[in-house]
Design a protein. Structure first.
Length: 269
């Protein structure tokens, strides 16, 4: 897996691992990628084979079904994220699964996209571009702000979710990043060292994202931009978060381009 390159990276240059037990479905997805001139695609039908492949080949993107003969995608991701050699590999789920808890578990593991079957082609191509954007660092352009001097605070009780957001920030050229597991830890960090922006989860123990936002709104740190990345669907809760001064709300499958746009808007305002 590449973390930088001299020549601009194109989607067609991506190396892809497709985990799909269905021959028909794998052929369909390979044809979709062929339309984008992506030819470096290998297929595994079991989780065990896919884990071995990922360890050896380090693909730029893993596209996966939810269920294989030997495990499901959640179990696969848990093993993938626990291995230092594979923990940062890009992952996209393509599945007809509708169970909210299972889909939340997938998102919590840090993924680029969760696409239903059948899926919108534009969403598929957007996810491919997001994979490219995580590999190729593209610095944000900000008015009167040196991007390399920015320090961000990422708040989430999930280590894998924090790691995913950190990677997205690094793809924007931001290297100074501190982490907290909940709102209380975040407040301790803010009091002890300066940060320029906060990206927080909503659901966390001890102090959640809404409580953190409300605290900051009524404190000397009310100037700090807060972006919230969450799988929360309750409209009243999300409305309360907006009223607490959160700049933007995103699903956990946010890509580098969307995060970059939101950060640019928040930091330039």
């Amino acid at each position: 897996m590449y973390f930088g390159c001299i020549m601009p990276l194109d989607v067609k240059d991506l190396t892809v691992l497709l985990i799909e037990p269905s021959t028909t479905q794998s052929k369909f997805l390979k044809n979709m990628m062929s339309d984008q001139l992506i030819s470096n695609v290998d297929v595994c039908s079991t989780g065990k084979d896919a884990l071995e492949y990922a360890q050896k080949q380090q693909p730029d993107l893993i596209i996966s079904a939810m269920y294989f003969d030997d495990m499901n995608a959640i179990e696969f991701l848990n093993v993938l994220r626990q291995n230092p050699d594979t923990q940062d590999l890009n992952f996209m789920l393509v599945s007809s699964e509708t169970d909210k808890q299972m889909l939340d578990d997938i998102k919590q593991a840090g993924v680029l996209a969760v696409l239903p079957k059948p899926f919108d082609k534009r969403a598929f191509f957007t996810a491919l571009n997001a994979a490219k954007d995580t590999i190729e660092v593209e610095y944000m352009e900000l008015e009167d702000i040196d991007v390399e001097s920015l320090k961000g605070l990422v708040v989430d009780d999930s280590l894998t979710a924090r790691r995913h957001v950190v990677r997205l920030l690094q793809a924007c050229g931001i290297e100074q990043i501190v982490e907290a597991e909940n709102g209380l830890q975040a407040i301790d960090i803010i009091k002890s060292e300066p940060v320029d922006f906060i990206i927080s989860d909503y659901n966390m123990p001890h102090m959640n994202g809404e409580e953190l936002a409300n605290y900051l709104l009524n404190s000397e740190y009310s100037y700090l931009p807060i972006l919230m990345v969450t799988s929360e669907q309750n409209s009243s809760r999300l409305s309360a978060v907006r009223q607490a001064g959160v700049c933007a709300l995103f699903d956990k499958t946010i890509g580098p381009a969307s995060l970059k746009d939101a950060l640019r808007a928040a930091l330039n305002s």
